[in-house]
Design a protein around this ligand. Structure first.
Ligand code: URA
Length: 433
C-alpha cells in the first residue's frame, strides 16, 4: 500500500477501507509515513470528511495504537467524562468527587491545557504536592480504595493521537469533526471506562462556535460509542460566557470547593447536577436522571463530595489543608479591579477574550513548554443577565506580571452591557444518547 494513493483517494472523495485506515494509523505510530504526507491526508479528510464507518474505524485503530487501560479489576461501574474544552471549566474537580461519593468509580485521565482553555491537570497542580503521574497499578488501587482518581494521561496511551494532534495544530486541520471525534473518543476508549459522558461546548470560547456544529460533533461521538458498544452520551453546553465566575487554576479550584460546599455559581451548579444525574444513571446506581440529580444534591448538602475531594488529594500526595482552608492558596502580587463604564444588563461576555486575557496574565500556556502561574486569572463579578451600575465591580484580574499590555481593555471589551433586561439562558442546550 502507498500513502500517496490513500491521499489521492480521500482527496477525490473516496471512502477508505479498514485496511487503508489501519495502514495510515500504523504508519503514523511507527513514524514510517512522513509528516508531509500525514498533513496532506489530514487536509483531505478536513475537506472531504469521513462517513460513520470510517470515523469509527479510525477511532478504533487510534485507540489501539498504544497502551489500553484495563479497568476490569475495579469493583463497580467505572464512569468517565470529557469536556471538549471551555473557559473556566472546572467541572471534573467537583463532579468527580460527587459521583464517587454516590458510589460510581471515576478513573479519569486528563490533559494539560493549551491556549485559552485550561486543563484539569493544571488546576489540580495548583494544590501543593498533588501528583498527576501515577502508575496504572496505583491508579486502579486508588479507585478501588476511594472511588476516584484523576491523573495525567500516560505517554503510552494513544500515541497516534499525540502525533496527529500536534500536526493538526500546525496545519490548520483541527476543525474537522471526524478528526476531533476520533481524537477524543480514541483517548477515552483507551482509558477503559465502561461509560462516557461528553460535555460538548459551543460558543465563542469553544472549538465548536455554534450549537448546530456542536450537535453534529456530539452525534458523531455518541455514534462511535454505540458502534463500539460503549454507553456514550453527550450534553451540549453553552460557552458564550465563561463557566462560573473563576477563570484561572487556583481560582477555579476554590470555586469547585465552593460548589462542593453548596454555594457554587448558578450555571456551574446546574451543569454539575445535570451531568452528575446522567453519570449515576449510566453507572446504574439510580434508575432515572432525576433520582441521580437528587443524589448529587445530597452529596453536596451532606458534605460527602467535599470529603471525597479531600481523600483524592491526600491519596495523590497533595496538601489537603488547602481544600479544607482555601484561603491558603497564594494570591498573586497584583490585583486589578475593573469597574463598569456604563449601567445596564450584561448581555454577553466573550469567553474567548476572557480566556486569552487570563492566559496573558499567566494562567495558561501559549506553547506546551510555558510555565503556568497557578495564582493568575480573572474572577468575574457579573455574569450574563446581571444588572450593573456604572462604577460597580465587573471583574478582578490576578497576575504576577509587571507588564500586561492591553489586558484590562481587552477583558473590558469582552463585556456587552445594554439597557434592556435579559435572562441568562440555561447552560444545557441539549442532551443526546
Ligand atoms: N480535544 C481533543 O482531544 N482532540 C481534538 O481534536 C480536539 C479537542
Amino acid at each position: 500500500m502507498r500513502m500517496v494513493d490513500l491521499i489521492e483517494k480521500k482527496r477525490d472523495g473516496g471512502v477508505l477501507s479498514e485496511e487503508e485506515i489501519a495502514f495510515f494509523v500504523q504508519g503514523v505510530t511507527d513514524n514510517s509515513i512522513p509528516d508531509y504526507q500525514i498533513s496532506a491526508f489530514l487536509m483531505a479528510i478536513l475537506f472531504r470528511g469521513m462517513n460513520t464507518e470510517e470515523t469509527a474505524i479510525l477511532t478504533d485503530k487510534m485507540e489501539h495504537s498504544g497502551q489500553t487501560i484495563d479497568l476490569s479489576s475495579i469493583h463497580g461501574a467505572t464512569v468517565d467524562k470529557h469536556s471538549t474544552g471551555g473557559v473556566g471549566d472546572k467541572t471534573s474537580l467537583a463532579l468527580g468527587p460527587l459521583v464517587a461519593a454516590c458510589g460510581a468509580k471515576l478513573a479519569k485521565m486528563s490533559g494539560k491545557g493549551l491556549g485559552h482553555t485550561g486543563g484539569t491537570l493544571d488546576k489540580l497542580e495548583s494544590i501543593p504536592g498533588y501528583q498527576i503521574q501515577r502508575s496504572i497499578e496505583q491508579f486502579i488501587h486508588q479507585v478501588n480504595d476511594i472511588g476516584l482518581s484523576i491523573i495525567g494521561q500516560t505517554a503510552e496511551v494513544d500515541p497516534a493521537d499525540k502525533k496527529l494532534y500536534a500536526l493538526r495544530d500546525v496545519t490548520g486541520t483541527v476543525e474537522s469533526i471526524p478528526l476531533i471525534a476520533s481524537s477524543i473518543m480514541s483517548k477515552k476508549l483507551a482509558a477503559g471506562a465502561q461509560t462516557i459522558l461528553l460535555d460538548v461546548k459551543y460558543g465563542a470560547g469553544a472549538f465548536m462556535k455554534d450549537l448546530s456544529s456542536a450537535r453534529e460533533l456530539a452525534k458523531v461521538m455518541v455514534n462511535i460509542g454505540k458502534h463500539l458498544h460503549k454507553d456514550t452520551r453527550a450534553i451540549l453546553t453553552g460557552m458564550e460566557e465563561p463557566l462560573g465566575f473563576a477563570v484561572g487554576n487556583a481560582l477555579e479550584v476554590k470555586e469547585a470547593i465552593d460548589e462542593l460546599k453548596g454555594h457554587g455559581p448558578k450555571d456551574f451548579h446546574e451543569l454539575i447536577i445535570r451531568a452528575g444525574g446522567i453519570m449515576l444513571l449510566q453507572a446504574k446506581i439510580v434508575s432515572s436522571e432525576e433520582e441521580g440529580e437528587r443524589k448529587i444534591q445530597e452529596a453536596i448538602d451532606n458534605g460527602s463530595g467535599l470529603r471525597k475531594l479531600i481523600e483524592m488529594v491526600e491519596a495523590q500526595g497533595g496538601d489537603a489543608s488547602y481544600i479544607e482552608n482555601p484561603c491558603k492558596f497564594p494570591i498573586s502580587k497584583r490585583i486589578i479591579e475593573v469597574h463598569a463604564e456604563e449601567s445596564g444588563y450584561v448581555h454577553h461576555i466573550d469567553s474567548l477574550a476572557i480566556g486569552l486575557t487570563a492566559m496573558r496574565l499567566g494562567a495558561g500556556r501559549a506553547t506546551m513548554n510555558d510555565v503556568i502561574d497557578h495564582s493568575a486569572g480573572i474572577l468575574l463579578a457579573k455574569k450574563v443577565g446581571d444588572k450593573v451600575e456604572k462604577g460597580e465591580l465587573l471583574f478582578t484580574m490576578y497576575t504576577n506580571k509587571d507588564e500586561i499590555g492591553s489586558a484590562v481593555e481587552d477583558a473590558l471589551k469582552a463585556y456587552q452591557i445594554h439597557e434592556e433586561k435579559i435572562v441568562a439562558p440555561s447552560i444545557i442546550a441539549d442532551y443526546l444518547f
